[in-house]
Structures are given as structure tokens and as C-alpha cells.
Design a binder for this molecule. Structure first.
Ligand code: ATP
Ligand code: MG
Length: 626
């Protein structure tokens, strides 16, 4: 008897879901049920006893998708999803490194740098090296480092054909040294470090290979080279192959070439894992006929495609709607009016999306929505955890967790202003460099010196400047020890002076609210973690709440937002709409240079990538496209 959750699948989908233990590639167009097939297969594998919940890995594109998958699995099966490895590549790599931090050469409480933090760290590094910022812009160094890491290359292996690139290599090497010293890792490092850990440690590799017999990957077309190699290492190939990779993807939706994603991974997968037949799903269950026709016609212009047909049993539905606006303001006004009408027709705001090519385009829209008093939610852009006030608060928390975190130290040593001038900070940096230690160590040494000097005197004057800062952080560490996370954050926000600082600011109300929201986010995080602890065999090497929360903040960037859950219009880039679906979709800013993006005019096959992106945008809609 087949389980109930299999009914309703079409023949091809059912075949894919119930494939025997072998690697497989499901290549299928938008809305054909790829994600559904992947989720159902996870449930089926577990339900039929072919694998235990902890014996598989499922990689999805966002943490949100991972959470949805877990929810769906626990709705289908009466199992504990605790301990399941479902998440993004970054999230899973982080998890592995937390468990094996010693073997990976990391401190137990290593912190994660998001790209803003990374840029700041690089600027700090370049300054320390007296590098010419005009010739070597920090952003370019950042790009060089990330691109190499994503190819799996360390500084020593990075290619350098000219003097400029050789300098870049030096910066890369110095940057890695700095990160190691400070116990921090950037995004690309998470995966590279975890890859190197597996590659270099036979015992661990054997352990994980024996454990993970099934590796399931959604949106496979957007994996980069290192991600693919990571999977390959875990699954093993050839005669020693133990794991099977179940990959679902759509070459027509490959939209991350600029980040090193490569659809060559599809060909490699077929070769490396001896996949003879690629399964195709061709029925689209999402969109009305006109929408699908438009998407198919558009993508048909691309020359390099693996080729597949997509059809729907649904009616043709409404034709696409085109509105030619004179300005972006006009466009925003039109969108507001139409959204109102949709809502009057009973469509929930959360079921309507406005997509655009670049984050900056949201500003005009946001203004119009704000004026119209319409609830909306922006994904991406300035993400919640990237907001200035939130980053400041997180920096205090990072120092509490690990005072040797120089990036955090530099960020808030004089914020809110406490009279520590640039000169004192530079002196501190020199002292730290000379001693080969952290800024914190140098600051403490300075404070100690001060304390000794005043020893013997009856009443030492209250500490100021750097010594006062040292006392502040030490006191935070003491008073927060053992307290629940939300309380820790509350104390830190108060004691640091951040709250008072923003309360005194004329336009600081939003920022104060965001600080409160951070406490909220922590409470939610703790509650969810209690249900589903992220750690391995609980207790063992499980990071404490604070460290786990900081990792969450770095990894989830914008997936937490104030007012989440309320009914709100969805605003996001076409890139971040991948995998999602809505009743109605507005694709805004369709003009030459914006979407298609101007870069695409000069890049090889740039216009093909723009078309794929537009294809993604169109196929998000179930019923109506503007
Ligand atoms: P994308 O390429 O955009 O990621 P996808 O191929 O992953 O799309 P899904 O999101 O899995 O597609 O499915 C699209 C929609 O179709 C979902 O609402 C899903 O529930 C529905 N669907 C998929 N298969 C079936 C089916 N056999 N019967 C009814 N609905 C289905
Ligand atoms: Mg999908």
C-alpha cells in the first residue's frame, strides 16, 4: 500500500519520488513540482525505512525553504525532525564546522562575517598594510578572495599572471591570516573550510560517507563549483560510491553565473555519477496558460538550452497586462492602485509580489506604499540583521562571546561615542600588531597598566576611555553569564548605551524599535531551537545560545523582519523570488539598462542570463502578470 502523500503525483513525479538508491537528475521547468518531488522523496525514504531522518542531507536555496521542508515533513510523518540535516550549503557547512571545530582549526565560538563585516575587515587589513586604496579598492580584494574561495583555491593556489594579481594574492593570504587570528570566517570560508576538513581527514570523511546515503539538492542549476565538489566528496564516486545524489533543477532558471554558479555541474553530475537517464517533468501546475505561453516564448529565444516542453492543464486565463509608465513614480502609483483593486477582489497582500532587478528600485515603491498606508515587506536590500543599529548590538554580543573578535571591537569601541579618538585606536592597533594579539588583548594590557599606576592611591579616579570600555565589556560578560539569550541582549543593549543613544536621536525611533525587535528575534530563535535544536547529538559540542544566534543572524541575513507574519505585499528582486509562487506578480522597471541590466549588454551571453531571470519572474505567477 502506498502512503497517502504519494497520491496526487503524476506518473513522472511518482517515478522520481520512488527511484531506487541511485543518483538521479530531474530536469524540469518552472512550477512542474521539482521542490514538491524532492520533499516528498525525503518523506518517502524515511517512511519506507530506507533511511533514518539523520541519514540524509537536503540542500535548499534559502533557510526559509529549509524550514518549510521540515514543516512539511513533520506534517506528513509523525517523526522528530530534530537532527535532520536540511538547510543551505552555508548552513550545513556551519553545522559541520561547529561539531568539528578542533579538527577544522577553529575556536569553538568562531564567528561568521557577513559581506559587510568582511569588507570592513579587508579595509582594516589594507590600512594596516599601507596599501594604496586607489589601486587596490577593498571591494575588488573582496571579490578576488570570494571568487577564489568559491573555486576552492587558497591564496597559494590562486592564479596570478601579473603584478596586480600577485598583490591580490598577498592580500588574500594576509586576510586569511587575520581571520584565523581573530577566529572569524566569511561565507565562502564556511564551505571551503568544511570541504578541506572532509578532504583532509579520512576518518571524518568515512564517517560522513557512511552516514549520509542520500543527498538531495534543490535548484541544482545554481550550485557553484565548490558546492558541487563538496557534494561529490560526501557521496564518493566510482566503485567506492556510497551516497546517491538526487538533484532537481532547471537550466532555464540558472541565474547565478555571476557568482560562479555553473550549469556545467549538470553535465558533470551525469558523468561523475553515471546517470544514464535524466527524468523530465513537463506538466506545470502553477500558472495559467497565457502566463506559461509568455514564459515559454521568451525563453525560446535562448540558444543554449537543454530543451524541454512545459504545458498546463489549466485554462488560458487572463492575458498579460502591460502598463507603460512615464516615470518610476507613475509606475509605483499604478502598482498601488492595482494592488488595492486586487485586494478588493479578495487576494491577500502576501499573495502578491512586486519584483525588480536591483534592490535600489524598491525605494520609490516603498515610498508610494508608505504614503498609501499599505503594508509591505521587503526581502533582501538592507536586511534586518544588516541594519546599522542591529549590527552594533550584534558587535557587542560578539565581543561578549569572543572578545578577540577585532572586527566587532573596532566597530563599537567608540560607539556610542565615549571619547576614544582615532589616535588612541591607532595606537591600540599598533600595540596589537606588535604583540601579535587582538585589539582586546592590547586594550586590556593598557587598562592593566593604568590600574597598576593608580594602585596604592586611596580612591583611583573613575576609568575613562579604553580602560572604561574594557570594564564595560567585562561587566557585560559577568552580568549576562548563564542568563537566557533575550535577557542577555536586553542587558547589552542597555548597558552599551546603544538604546539611550538612539532614543536621543531625532529620527531614532525606528532604530530603537529594531533593537527591541532583535530581542524578539532572539526569543523566537530560542523557542524554535528548543523544538528543533540545530546541534548534532544534543549537548555534544552544541554551541551555546548566543553563538548559535550570532551564526543565525549572519546566515539568515534578512529572513527575519519586523512584523513578519502580518499580511503584507511582497517586494523582492527577481533573484530572490526563485522557487516562490504568488497569485499575482508585477515585474517592474522593465526598461533597457535596468532590466535587462546594462551589464548584460557587454557580457558574453549576458542577455541569455537576463532572459532566464525574466523567465523566473514570469513563472512566479499563478493567475496574473503585470
Ligand atoms: P520552481 O521551478 O519555480 O522552483 P518547482 O518545479 O519546484 O518550481 P513546485 O514549487 O514544487 O515546482 O510546484 C509548483 C506548484 O505546483 C506548487 O504549488 C505545488 O504544490 C503544485 N504541484 C506540484 N505537483 C503537483 C501535482 N501533482 N498536483 C497538484 N499540484 C501540484
Ligand atoms: Mg522549486
Amino acid at each position: 500500500m502506498s502512503p497517502e502523500f504519494l497520491s496526487g503525483l503524476n506518473e513522472r513525479q511518482l517515478e522520481a519520488v520512488t527511484l531506487p538508491h541511485q543518483s538521479a537528475l530531474i530536469l524540469a521547468g518552472a512550477g512542474s513540482g521539482k521542490t514538491r518531488v524532492l520533499t516528498t522523496r525525503v518523506a518517502w525514504l524515511i517512511q519506507t525505512g530506507q533511511v533514518s531522518p539523520s541519514g540524509l542531507i537536503a540542500v535548499t536555496f534559502t533557510n526559509k525553504a529549509a524550514k518549510e521542508m521540515l514543516t512539511r515533513i513533520s506534517a506528513t510523518l509523525p517523526i522528530n525532525t530534530r537532527g535532520m540535516w536540511v538547510g543551505t550549503f552555508h548552513g550545513l557547512a556551519n553545522r559541520m564546522l561547529r561539531v568539528h571545530h578542533r579538527e577544522a582549526g577553529l575556536p569553538q565560538l568562531f564567528q561568521i562575517l557577513d559581506s559587510q563585516d568582511q569588507l570592513a575587515a579587508i579595509k582594516r587589513l589594507l590600512k594596516g598594510l599601507n596599501a594604496d586604496e586607489e589601486r587596490f579598492p577593498a571591494r575588488q580584494v573582496q571579490w578576488f578572495i570570494a571568487a577564489n574561495k568559491e573555486e576552492g583555491l587558497r591564496a597559494a593556489q590562486a592564479e596570478a599572471h601579473d603584478e596586480f594579481a600577485r598583490r591580490m594574492k598577498d592580500f588574500y593570504a594576509a586576510y586569511d591570516e587575520q581571520c584565523n587570528r581573530e577566529g572569524v570566517v566569511d561565507f565562502a570560508e564556511l564551505l571551503l573550510r568544511s570541504y578541506e576538513l572532509l578532504a583532509g581527514n579520512e576518518t571524518l570523511r568515512a564517517h560522513y560517507r557512511a552516514r549520509f546515503r542520500h543527498l538531495l539538492v534543490d535548484e541544482f542549476q545554481d550550485t557553484n563549483r565548490l558546492q558541487y565538489r563538496w557534494l561529490k566528496l560526501l557521496a564518493a564516486t566510482g566503485a567506492s560510491a556510497t551516497g546517491a545524489i538526487f538533484a532537481v533543477g532547471d537550466d532555464d532558471q540558472s541565474i547565478y553565473a555571476f557568482r560562479g554558479a555553473s550549469s556545467a555541474n549538470m553535465q558533470d553530475l551525469q558523468r561523475d555519477f553515471a546517470i544514464e537517464r535524466v527524468i523530465k517533468l513537463e506538466q506545470n501546475y502553477r500558472s495559467h496558460g497565457h502566463i506559461l505561453d509568455a514564459a515559454n516564448a521568451l525563453i525560446g529565444h535562448n540558444r543554449r538550452r537543454l530543451g524541454k516542453n512545459l504545458w498546463t492543464a489549466e485554462a488560458k486565463g487572463e492575458p498579460l497586462r502591460v502598463f507603460e509608465a512615464a516615470t518610476d513614480l507613475d509606475e509605483a502609483g499604478f502598482i498601488v492602485d492595482e494592488v488595492r483593486a486586487l485586494r478588493a477582489d479578495g487576494v491577500a497582500l502576501s499573495n502578491i509580489a512586486v519584483l525588480y532587478r536591483s534592490n535600489a528600485q524598491s525605494r520609490v515603491l516603498e515610498h508610494a506604499l508608505f504614503t498609501a498606508n499599505m503594508a509591505y515587506r521587503v526581502y533582501g536590500g538592507l536586511r534586518f540583521f544588516e541594519r546599522q543599529e542591529v549590527k552594533h548590538a550584534l558587535a557587542y554580543l560578539r565581543l561578549v562571546a569572543n572578545p578577540d573578535d577585532d572586527a566587532a571591537f573596532a566597530r563599537i569601541v567608540n560607539f556610542p561615542a565615549r571619547g576614544i579618538g582615532n589616535r588612541s585606536i591607532e595606537q591600540l592597533q599598533e600595540a596589537a600588531r606588535a604583540a601579535g594579539g587582538s585589539l582586546w588583548a592590547a586594550a586590556r594590557a593598557k587598562a592593566e597598566g593604568g590600574r597598576r599606576k593608580t594602585e596604592g592611591e586611596d580612591a583611583s579616579p573613575p576609568a575613562k576611555g579604553i580602560p572604561a570600555f574594557v570594564v564595560l565589556i567585562e561587566r557585560m560578560q559577568e552580568t549576562t553569564r548563564g542568563l537566557p539569550l533575550p535577557e542577555v541582549i536586553e542587558i547589552v543593549i542597555d548597558a552599551s548605551g546603544l538604546k539611550a543613544h538612539y532614543q536621543a536621536e531625532r529620527e531614532g525611533a525606528d532604530r530603537v524599535e529594531n533593537l527591541a525587535e532583535l530581542i524578539n528575534a532572539a526569543a523566537t530563535f530560542v523557542a524554535e531551537r528548543d523544538v528543533q535544536p540545530a546541534g548534532e547529538a544534543a549537548g555534544m559540542d552544541e554551541p551555546d545560545e548566543l553563538t548559535a544566534f550570532l551564526a543565525h543572524a549572519a546566515l539568515e541575513g534578512g529572513e527575519h523582519q519586523a512584523g513578519a507574519g502580518a499580511d503584507a505585499l511582497q517586494l523582492m528582486t527577481a533573484h530572490s523570488a526563485k522557487g516562490l509562487e504568488f497569485h499575482s506578480v508585477f515585474v517592474s522597471g522593465l526598461e533597457e539598462g535596468l532590466f535587462p541590466h546594462e551589464n548584460s549588454l557587454t557580457e558574453v551571453d549576458g542577455i541569455e542570463e537576463e532572459r532566464r531571470l525574466m523567465y523566473v519572474a514570469l513563472t512566479r505567477a499563478r493567475r496574473r502578470i503585470y
